[in-house]
Design a protein around this ligand. Structure first.
Ligand code: FES
Length: 485
């Protein structure tokens, strides 16, 4: 009988994104029952060549070749305790299956023998039919290879299904369930990430977990009895189904205040700086990709404040990146460019704010139009969409109105080279309105206006001109998100 896999694990095996499999399921090209995909159906949809291209196969081969070396052990594999639990569960499952298989095999062999003793031709036909069936049950080489890969992946990763959203993610290495969910782009509820606040509390519907961090939060006996655990202090021993809510929109994320340290200030170009802040382990900023924060610096001249979009992904919530343009009207930017803020200095962070976010549904296509440092929130959105596999096809259109306007062109070229479904176009024009019109016309021509969500970020003149052009090209107003920054 064909084995069933979760969509995440099936996608990992055949080396495509979860979004691609979900689209195939939606289009009726791949059957799904109860959230699971049969190995037989997967093999029909993906020929052996695809399996060989799979990143998962390579990863498992690497683990085997490197003989569980230190680097692999630390980064990829869970702790020895978790590994032994998963291996134990696998051996139990395997022993059970072997027992069943042997019993069925013996039964079929006996039936064939009895039929041989009976007169032909009816018995001969039935015997041939049974022999063919037996060969089919024993499976093809590809079936067996996929089965072995599935078993190996079950040891290395645990698959988590979230209810009621139905979203899935994999827990790798010694990650907590919360860390793994955030890395996969889920907007799970949490606060301190250290076992103190209780906000990451979730119910384990099925599967086993193991504590990896001490928790001070006082969970009641009743909660414990109902299966509640803190996702930030537990990892998965095997596949899990959990019940918890995710943020559906910016309104679900409360405003937070914290103090973060400057980790680095580095030039991205003559007129653009990267400001890298690191939040304390126990007080990180929970935000959605594309949102911004207000930074404050208390110095001799009083409190300086500025609101900037966050350029990094919420999947790494401790490290906040901002792209700062030289601006004579912005006192905090001036302090940064003058070198009056140093590594180790503390900045107040308040946020998040803004609704320039992707939304929770999977997008077949997303087009991002950015002008100069309008690229910052776009970078956050793209990194998040890649982590969450929530966009199938990307179009990135970046206008530079000043000489260092394309300050991270290498990153965009790397995305375009790494992903088949990623188009990147750069344009230089000192006039943001003329540039916006050119980019918007090109984006509307290359991306189906009725099947694409458009994200536009930059100075007011750029955003207004690009939005006007896109609407005139037939983009519905509901498919347009804008961020003046
Ligand atoms: S996030 Fe605070 S206890 Fe888990």
């Amino acid at each position: 009988m064909s084995r069933a896999l979760t969509v995440s694990r099936a996608a990992q095996l055949v080396g495509v994104s979860r979004a691609v499999l979900q689209r195939m399921i939606g289009a009726g090209e791949l059957a799904q029952f109860d959230g699971l995909v049969q190995i037989d159906d997967l093999l029909r949809a993906f020929p052996q060549a695809s399996l060989e291209d799979s990143g998962a196969l390579e990863k498992v081969a690497r683990i085997r070749e490197e003989a569980f070396g230190r680097r692999v052990r630390e980064r990829v594999l869970p702790s020895p305790e978790v590994l032994s639990q998963r291996l134990f569960a696998q051996s139990q499952e395997l022993a059970e299956m072997r027992r069943h298989l042997q019993a069925y095999h013996a039964l079929v062999a006996e039936a064939i023998e009895r039929l041989s003793a009976q007169p032909a031709p009816a018995a001969g036909h039935t015997r041939a039919w049974l022999e063919q069936g037996l060969a089919r049950v024993l499976g093809s080489e590809a079936d067996n290879e996929l089965d072995a890969m599935t078993d190996m992946l079950k040891v290395v990763y645990a698959n988590v299904v979230v209810r009621p959203s139905g979203r899935e993610f994999l827990v790798e290495g010694n990650d907590s369930i919360l860390q793994a969910g955030l890395k996969a782009g889920l907007a799970l509820n949490y606060g301190c990430n250290g076992g103190n606040c209780g906000l990451c509390k979730a119910r384990i519907v099925s599967g086993e977990v193991r504590p990896i961090l001490h928790a001070d939060y006082p969970m009641s006996a009743a909660e414990r009895a109902q299966g509640y655990v803190l996702l930030c202090t537990h990892t998965a021993l095997g596949d899990l189904v959990i019940e918890t809510l995710e943020a559906a929109s910016p309104a679900d994320i409360p405003e937070q205040q914290l103090t973060a340290k400057v980790r680095a200030i580095a030039p991205l170009g003559p007129d653009t700086l990267l400001l890298h802040l690191q939040a304390p382990r126990s007080a990180r900023l929970r935000f959605l990709a594309g949102q911004g924060a207000t930074l404050g610096l208390a110095d001799a001249q009083g409190d300086l404040q500025a609101s900037w979009p966050i350029a990094s992904c919420p999947c790494d919530d401790r490290n906040l990146h901002f792209h700062i343009a030289r601006d004579d009207t912005d006192a905090l930017a001036q302090q940064l460019f003058a070198g009056r803020v140093a590594v180790g200095d503390a900045l107040n962070v308040r946020g998040p704010h803004g609704d320039f976010v992707l939304g929770r549904d999977t997008l077949p296509r997303a087009a991002f139009l950015a002008c100069d440092t309008g690229f910052a929130p776009v970078r956050s959105l793209i990194e998040h969409a890649i982590a969450a596999e929530s966009v199938e096809r990307f179009g990135l259109y970046w206008l530079a109105t000043r000489p260092d306007g394309h300050y991270l062109a290498n990153q965009c070229e790397a995305w375009a080279a790494a992903f088949d479904e990623f188009d990147y176009a750069a344009l230089a024009d000192a006039d943001p309105v003329r540039g916006a019109q050119a980019l918007a016309l090109r984006a509307a021509r290359e991306c189906d206006p009725l099947a694409t969500r458009f994200f536009v970020a930059g100075v007011q003149a750029f955003v207004d001109a690009a939005a006007r052009c896109l609407l005139e090209a037939g983009v519905p107003a509901g498919a347009l998100r804008a961020n003046v920054c």
